[in-house]
Design a protein around this ligand. Structure first.
Ligand code: NAP
Length: 482
């Protein structure tokens, strides 16, 4: 493990640690101890990385899909071999419990494997012409240099979910990971270096997000930006990319509702509501943010939920038995505190948690449940990104659907029922890109992940994910009969 060392940026196959901007410190959010330094890169380094990716593009795109996929297969095996070490590093820089970090490494590696396979299945088309003597082809082509900007909450999986399909498609990449969690991204780049990925195909810059973002947006050599992060930054990227009419793939915020119907298996619903809400300390884009329970079972469901929440153990994710870690930073903690205070001031009751916890030094907040919640509280409209959930009751299914859809977000929604007709009807009316029915873990490499409304554009994963990096070239050929 490379903790304590000074890391570099990876540009055109070389590691660069000296920059005019100095360094950025990386902290363990569980203890607030400094664990590493990365370069504070800016305009110059980003321009160099784009140039390297531009030069590498044509030779990379001209390889056969099989040749490109061979690097991804090798990277997948290396990542799985190093699973434990990478999981520990992930927990150290991000804070999630080690068990979750192991799951994330497997999830991250699964995108390498999936896109090693999908690289070989990017098909074109031959269209039957309406005119004699014409042949119409549609030829898939990689889009070019791609900028990939990733968040801190899944520092490993969000990198491979973008990089794997991009390079499988024949694109080259400039990767900019989140400031708080660059170490997992650096290790993934090292894996690609070890498997011999040609120089310039994957470049990594760390540093000032505004300066780096500006160069990526304004460069006409960057043909696409694939971004996972907040809706706010997603909108900035859309505006900034308009000048060059750049393609954008945006995986943005969420505000997932979880609906419990009176016929549901309440034990399962409570168990999975806790798993969905409190994993990664509530810092997951598809985390349950609002629970809607049918009035007739609200009391029983709430009691079961409280019992499950009591069993969670807060602490440093590297310690045995810990099931919920710290928030990533002070800003994250302040947001949670403000939402809880706002709800209480407007009449909500805290029925679990509700307090900051000093713990081993990081920013911790107890897993919290709020009751007596109403529509005019911030928590009902803002993405929480912390370990707090409001419970609201409803009488009719129509009421539940209206409430669940009453948000600008549209990433994921969850539904608990044993009635197939209700499940299908409600699923069809929920305005979300992802629906879990008696399931809160929909994310998997082989399925398309993404939101509607202000939760984003495009899809990651599945056969759709690689299409984000492909453009279709239409070729019309006039021929003479011979
Ligand atoms: P964020 O603040 O939007 O940051 C995401 C990335 O964008 C980071 O690398 C950040 O760099 C960079 N960035 C910030 N300002 C930028 C700018 N002006 N130009 C270019 N890049 C810029 O989001 P976050 O707090 O890291 O992540 C949490 C958010 O991600 C939540 O809203 C969550 O729902 C969303 N998310 C969505 C999905 C999904 O699949 N839909 C998955 C995971 C997370 P710095 O770190 O250097 O600031």
């Amino acid at each position: 493990m490379l903790v304590g060392t000074k890391h570099g940026m990876y540009i055109n196959g070389e590691w660069i640690s000296e920059t005019a901007g100095g360094v950025i410190d990386v902290y363990n959010p569980a203890t607030l101890e400094k664990i590493a330094e990365v370069p504070n890169g800016s305009v110059k380094e980003t321009e160099r990385a784009i140039q390297a990716a531009k030069v590498a593009f044509e030779p990379w795109a001209n390889l056969t899909a099989r040749e490109r996929s061979s690097y991804l297969y090798k990277a997948y095996h290396k990542m799985m071999e190093r699973k434990e070490e990478l999981a520990r590093l992930l927990t150290l820089e991000q804070g999630k419990p080690l068990r979750e970090a192991r799951g994330e490494i497997e999830f991250a590696a699964s995108f390498l494997l999936w896109y090693a396979e999908e690289a070989n299945r990017v098909y074109g088309e031959m269209i039957p012409s309406s005119k004699k003597g014409k042949r119409l082809w549609v030829v898939p082509k990689p889009i070019g240099v791609v900028a990939a900007i990733t968040p801190w909450n899944f520092p490993s999986a969000m990198v491979t979910r973008k990089v794997a399909p991009a390079i499988a498609a024949g694109c080259t990449v400039v990767l900019k990971p989140a400031e708080q969690t660059p170490l997992s991204a650096i290790e993934i780049v090292k894996i690609f270096e070890e498997v011999g990925l040609p120089k310039g195909v994957l470049n990594l810059v760390t540093g000032d997000p505004i300066e780096i973002g500006k160069v990526l947006m304004e460069s006409s050599d960057v043909r696409s930006i694939t971004f996972t992060g907040s809706t706010e930054v997603g909108k900035l990227l859309m505006k900034g990319s308009a000048q060059n009419v750049k393609k954008l793939s945006l995986e943005l915020g969420g505000h997932a509702p979880l609906l419990v119907l009176e016929d549901a298996d309440l034990d399962l619903a409570a168990e999975l509501a806790v798993a969905s809400k409190y994993r990664n300390c509530g810092q997951t884009c598809i985390c349950t943010n609002r629970i809607f329970v049918q009035e007739s079972v609200k009391e029983e469901f709430t009691r079961k939920l409280q019992e499950k929440v009591k069993q969670l153990q807060m602490g440093n994710g590297l310690d045995d038995g810990v099931t919920i870690g710290p928030l990533i930073d002070k800003g994250g903690l302040e947001k949670v505190k403000r939402q809880v205070e706002d709800a209480i001031s407007k009449g909500a009751n805290v029925i679990a948690g509700g307090k900051e916890w000093k713990g081993p030094g990081g920013y911790y907040y107890e897993p919290t449940i709020l009751n007596n919640v109403s529509n005019h509280m911030d928590i009902m409209y803002e993405e929480t990104f912390g370990p707090v959930v409001p419970i609201v009751s409803y009488t009719t299914i129509e009421e539940a659907i209206q409430a669940a859809n009453d948000t600008d977000y549209g990433l994921a929604a969850f539904l608990f029922t044993n009635d197939l007709s209700k499940a299908i009807t409600i699923m069809e009316r929920l305005e979300y890109g992802i629906i879990g029915i008696n399931d809160v873990f929909p994310g998997t490499a082989e399925a398309p992940f993404g939101g509607v409304k202000q939760s984003g554009l495009g899809r990651e994963g599945g056969r759709e994910g690689i299409q984000e990096f492909i453009e279709m070239k239409y070729v019309s050929i006039a021929i003479k009969d011979v």
